[in-house]
Design a protein. Sequence first.
Length: 197
Amino acid sequence: MPILAALNERNSASCELCSATKNLAVFEVPPVKEPNSDKSVLVCETCATQLNKEVEMDSDHWRCLNDSMWSQVPAVQVTAFRLLTRLSKTEIWAQDLLDMMYLEDETRAWADYGVAADDIEEVAPTRDSNGSILLAGDNVTLIKDLDVKGGNFTAKRGTPVRNISLTDNPEHIEGRVNGVRIVLLTCYLKKMPLFDA
């Protein structure tokens, strides 16, 4: 039986998250090696665009998870868990629902996989003043004279900072200037071309 037909039969042709009945489509719950109905949910267009991160999440729309989180279908449980985890960063009600939710060990492992992938995706890259992405080990130059607090010196414009380290904050890097390890704001840095290193 085709996946869409199986999902329509499983949930009486309605969205498995919000119960809408129009513009339904199959949403594969990652990771999916081989598409099948057990690894998919039937969702409406509103849910799909938010699940695919095409539009910002509308927290009011997702209050429907209060019902769908109790589904007996693991793919629906996993999707609800992942959505509630994303929403719990800003919504108290989502955290409350998440605290009530129970998942079998195998289902929980599947759900946690997606949460970890979302967390990696959400980390903003570190960029220099021109918008170039900085990576650990890159070399940069200062584009402005900077007074180094506690170092009693001024780091001059054009000073190279080699083999930088990234921090948890995408607007900061760590590097050595005049032998002193300091934190620098990325808005005052320019990535050095590889051939200048």
